[in-house]
Write a protein that binds this ligand. Sequence first.
Ligand code: ZN
Length: 86
Amino acid sequence: MMPPMCFVCLRTLRDGVPFSSFETVRFALTPEEEAVRQEQHREGWVGHPPEVYWFCDEHLALGKEHSHLHWREAQELLANQRGEAR
Ligand SMILES: [Zn+2]
């Protein structure tokens, strides 16, 4: 698991945001990716999956709003929000 960094505002623990303010949001996978992920879990894989992102308490709602989207799509949409979030 990666250390927390808000996907929208890019704040981290170093910016004074407490760990408890961060939460992960899991975005959708294609059926193929889902199958691969399940296989990895069975094998005890502990990496950070690309469809999981950290959000700070300010942007968690925004992340959750997009959680039904495929992670690539959500990533693109949320990256576009960065300018406005700062
Ligand atoms: Zn944030």
